[in-house]
Design a protein. Structure first.
Length: 112
């Protein structure tokens, strides 16, 4: 099932978590009004605070999913002590794009 741009009357197909566990830490996911107005990206990862900020103005499921996965890869790499990989935006972005594609195109077994 392909994700698509949301409208005011359509629910989001991608569910953004409020928190998750990674590396014995609880990450909090914050939806912040409009990060881009503050001159920031549509997502931010804060390793020491164990938080991910996502722009609340994102109205497109694909961008929301891609942004969240992008920040997840920053968290994954830094949790492994690999700041060198976390700071490689091309690697982080490509990894997020591949995961996004996999999740969008995954087929599931029917329950018997």
């Amino acid at each position: 099932m392909a994700l698509k741009k949301q409208t005011k009357n359509s629910p989001s197909l991608f569910k953004l978590p409020t928190s998750f566990e990674m590396g014995c830490r609880t990450y909090k996911v914050n939806v912040i009004g409009d990060l881009t107005k503050r001159g920031e990206a549509v997502g931010m990862h804060h390793f020491h605070a164990a938080e991910i900020d996502i722009d609340g103005k994102i109205d497109n499921d694909e961008l929301l999913m891609l942004t969240f996965y992008h920040e997840i890869f920053h968290a994954l790499f830094e949790s492994q002590g690999r700041e060198d990989l976390s700071s490689n935006e091309a690697l982080v972005d490509t990894s997020a794009t591949l995961l996004c594609q996999m999740m969008k195109t995954a087929k599931y077994h029917e329950k018997s």
